[in-house]
Design a protein. Structure first.
Length: 369
């Protein structure tokens, strides 16, 4: 009989963590494993990618602390009767433990998907993690830097497992003709250089850094354009308003949420990740698989993905001015060959970050519980 796993997550709104869950369910559903997914708040736009046979449950969590949720989740657990709860980030773990009345009748594999922020490092959050980690059979992160961070805080008596994200290298492939594709999709000429950013509009993504840096560098780099793709997040309206008022707004292509970003990755010369913190960025994985090099901030998971100067660029991005200087170098006369970086990036993804590598890692983790 297949091991039944219930994923518990806030929602399946677009994001790297959610994409990883859906990839995992599609890859591993079969004779050995079966999956249900529980969304605590809402379904989310990515739910349509779940395979047939995967049951989706929605609890309708209210904002803030919802005291009715443990009861709803307890009833769901009784109905589904999973062998394993796979919780994702701290909120779902807390509610799962409350639903079990702080006993652990289920094996719990708990995943942390982003490096800890200053808020996470405050005493209250550290106490919460230390308390609720006790009920986990195993804890995992999606990057080695995160694993070292959690191990260093000694929040768990057990060692932390690293289960890295993967990407579909058979689908995320380079464009046959980047120039023609860019002209078709965006109406841009062959002399244009295109930098992109993908993801939700949250404070930690630092879209404001990118817009301010572009204002500084746009005159120096007259052929440089920006592509901004993504949807959701508390700053979405603010960022869209800033783009409309931007002094070089005619060179900023705001696309909103993309159901399938592949063709737009293939148009890029560079993907930029100025984020304050990340886990192991799915956007970076997908872009690199398309032979697009990545410029990433330090200390947000990219160091284990990118070898600086060989298959991408990892630099400190602590201000818009710093980002503008990186752009001036990258697109200047003495900058690196972006095509070479992109080709090297795809080779690394093929060897180390394919979906097959990810699936085997998760399968072994489930078997070991």
């Amino acid at each position: 009989m297949a091991l039944k796993i219930l994923h518990i997550v806030q929602s399946l709104e677009p994001g790297g963590m959610e994409n990883g869950i859906i990839n995992m369910v599609n890859l591993l559903s079969g004779d050995e494993l079966s999956f249900d997914v529980c969304c605590m708040t809402e379904v989310g736009r990515m739910a349509k990618r779940l395979p047939q046979g995967c049951q989706l449950h929605v609890l309708g969590k209210n904002s803030g602390l919802d005291w009715s949720l443990p009861r709803k989740l307890k009833e769901l657990l009784k109905a589904v009767n999973p062998d394993v709860l796979h919780t994702h980030n701290l909120g779902p773990l807390i509610y799962s433990c409350m639903a079990c009345l702080f006993r652990a009748p289920y094996r719990i594999l708990h995943g942390e998907h982003a490096s800890l922020t200053r808020t996470d490092l405050r005493l209250r959050k550290r106490i919460q993690r230390k308390l609720f980690y006790r009920f986990c059979t195993r804890i995992h992160t999606v990057g080695r830097a995160m694993t070292r961070q959690l191990d260093g805080l000694r929040l768990s008596s057990q060692s932390i497992l690293t289960l890295r994200n993967g990407v579909d290298t058979g689908r995320f492939i380079p464009a046959e003709d980047k120039v023609s594709q860019r002209e078709k999709l965006l109406g841009l000429g062959a002399d244009i250089q295109l930098v992109g950013i993908f993801g939700r509009f949250g404070p930690y993504k630092r879209h404001d850094f990118l817009l301010d840096a572009f204002a500084d560098i746009a005159v120096m780099c007259p052929n440089l354009h920006l592509l901004v793709a993504g949807g959701g997040g508390e700053l979405e309206d603010d960022i869209m308003a800033r783009i409309q008022k931007h002094s070089h707004g005619h060179r900023i292509h705001a696309l909103g949420f993309l159901e399938d970003p592949l063709s737009y990755y293939q148009c890029l010369d560079l993907l930029v990740i100025p984020s304050a913190n990340e886990g192991l960025s799915n956007c970076a994985l997908e872009a690199m698989s398309c032979e697009v090099p990545v410029l990433s901030n330090l200390n947000c998971g990219s160091e284990e993905l990118i070898t600086d100067g060989k298959d991408g660029i990892v630099r400190e991005i602590n201000s818009p001015d710093a980002l503008a200087k990186h752009f001036a170098w990258l697109f200047g006369f003495d900058g690196p060959n972006l095509q070479t970086l992109g080709a090297n990036a795809r080779q690394k993804i093929l060897k180390q970050f394919s979906l097959g590598v990810m699936a085997n890692a998760y399968l072994n983790a489930y078997r070991a519980l």
